[in-house]
Design a binder for this molecule. Structure first.
Ligand code: FAD
Ligand code: NAD
Length: 447
């Protein structure tokens, strides 16, 4: 029997869109379903609106620095509602661009929720559609703590549509989302208190990064409590009151953000019905993103891999190249760079110093670290330092980890991440000529 499509994709976030477009490029007949907004979390409730918010907050930072550069006069005021309107217009435009590009590629977009009926059939908008292959790219949703008063908290989804900015916010979670919102909101003038259950924020990053970001955030006036959590939240007349474990006095805030990780969107998808197995609350897949049901695949946040847009994109492309194209490849999870869009910014790729020592032994690992004042801050009046750290495998001189803190850390890291993936040695870095004046040139003079 001929199926309606060669590929049916459930979820039009970065993973689903990349796979659909790549499969169509090979001539496959493709349909894609999206229950909410085209572009998924990344384009609508994640990376893009977050980065625009970070840019908006940066103007306060530049305004603070401008006096040292000879500027004076009235300081412009920030209008949250005006920003939200402009941002939403830009995001609507991005969605239209996505839709146009799907049409151009001959991909059918169905704006509705899809569920699995059997291994080759999905149900959507009261219609049954069959496909030879089905790709699950359904993403994830924010976790919430199970404590009294949790109903008084919001998650990152809500943060982009607040009617107004809070005067004081408590953020539960000191990971990517907690730290990024803490930093941006502080830029807008909000008082921020971060509560993290682990011994440091951004645990999992190199300790040099966690420490530098901790110091950078506290220097900007953000309060951080680690090795603690929230036991209870009580709504008072004027504020929310949070009781912390091992913390003498409750803290108050007018908004509480819960940012403690995200879990795959698996509810009522029909996975049990078609025999797709689950592992640690996510869809279990092999290296080629194949589930336990041979013609059903899964990519992105709904699998137990790295919850990052470029990872979802690569998994989508690798799936389409392997199944519909002429070559098979798998994603290399060892050299995935990522950045935390806080101020100061952090970016990282490869092994941390503790990971490298655990893997190769302490004696086999050498680290080079430089902390310096970027030229910009010689006049900004801000005591900001930048940091670059290299982790090197002594046995072959290869750079196996690069960690950067400071302005444009993400932009700086991108090229170095490619060099690391290609096996660059410390000696090759030493003999490379830098660009002057820049912060990045510091990496070439670390002895
Ligand atoms: C606040 C925030 C900031 C972030 N910032 C960054 C960043 O700076 N850099 C970065 O790399 N990553 C960032 N991320 C993570 C990034 O957004 C995700 O890793 C990425 O979006 C995952 O892509 P995906 O395609 O797997 O899923 P998603 O983007 O979540 O897309 C899944 C789509 O599937 C749809 N869907 C679900 N179920 C169904 C169904 N049954 N039928 C039809 N449609 C369905 C959903 O509506 C959704 O649109 C951020 C995340 C958040 C929350
Ligand atoms: N810039 C980026 O690339 C970016 C930005 C945002 C999100 N993301 C992706 O989205 C994922 C989810 O982000 P996230 O920040 O929600 O998760 P996360 O895993 O990055 O951080 C969660 C934090 O919450 C803390 N936590 C957990 N339980 C807690 C508790 N009971 N009390 C106090 N603290 C607690 C953890 O110690 C951790 O620091 C990230 O892992 C990342 O993959 C990426």
């Amino acid at each position: 029997m001929t199926e309606d499509y060669d590929l049916f994709v459930i979820g039009a976030g970065p993973g689903g869109l990349a796979a659909a477009k790549q499969a169509a490029h090979y001539g496959a007949r493709v349909a894609i379903a999206e229950a909410n907004y085209l572009g998924g979390t990344c384009a609508n409730l994640g990376c893009i609106p977050k980065k625009l918010m970070v840019y908006a907050a940066d103007f306060a930072h530049y305004a603070d620095a401008s006096e040292g550069y000879g500027w004076s006069g009235d300081r412009p005021q920030f209008d949250w509602a005006k920003f939200v309107k402009a941002r939403d217009q830009a995001m609507a435009q991005f969605r239209q661009n996505h839709e146009r590009s799907l049409i151009q590629k001959g991909i059918r977009l169905i704006h509705d929720r899809a569920v699995l009926i059997d291994a080759h059939t999905v149900e959507i908008a009261d219609q049954k559609i069959t496909a030879d292959k089905i790709l699950l790219a359904v993403g994830s949703h924010p976790n919430k703590l199970n404590i009294p008063g949790i109903e008084h908290t919001v998650t990152s989804d809500k943060m982009f549509h607040l009617p107004q900015l809070p005067q004081k916010i408590a953020i539960i979670g000191g990971g990517y989302i907690g730290v990024e919102f803490a930093s941006a909101l502080r830029g807008f003038g909000t008082k921020v208190f971060v509560i993290n259950n682990e011994h440091c924020i951004l645990n999992g990053f190199d300790p040099a990064i966690s420490n530098a970001i901790h110091n950078g955030l506290t220097q900007r006036g953000i309060e951080i409590a680690c090795s603690t959590t929230v036991k209870e939240i009580i709504a008072g007349d004027r504020a929310l009151q949070l009781t912390l474990s091992d913390h003498p006095t409750p803290i108050t805030a007018d908004l509480v953000l819960c940012a403690i990780g995200r879990t795959a969107n698996l509810d009522n998808l029909g996975l049990e019905r078609v025999g797709v197995e689950i592992d640690r609350d996510a869809i279990a897949v092999d290296a080629h993103s194949r589930t336990s049901q041979p013609n059903i695949f899964a990519v992105g946040d709904c699998t137990n891999r790295k919850q990052l847009t470029p990872v979802a994109l690569s998994e989508g492309r690798a799936f389409a190249d392997t199944i519909f194209g002429d070559y098979a490849w798998t994603v290399d999870y060892d050299s995935v760079p990522s950045a935390v869009c806080c101020r100061p910014e952090a970016a990282s790729v490869g092994m941390t110093e503790p990971q490298a020592q655990a893997h190769f032994g302490e004696a086999a690992v050498r680290c080079y670290q430089s902390e310096f004042q970027p030229l910009f801050h010689s006049l900004s009046g801000q005591n900001e330092k930048a940091l670059i750290k290299l982790v090197v495998n002594c046995s072959n001189d290869q750079v196996i980890g690069i960690h950067i803190v400071g302005d444009q850390a993400a932009e700086m890291l991108q090229g170095f991440a490619l060099a690391m993936k290609k096996g660059v040695t410390k000696q090759e870095i030493d003999y490379t000529i830098g660009i002057h004046p820049s912060s990045a040139e510091e990496i070439f003079s670390m002895r």
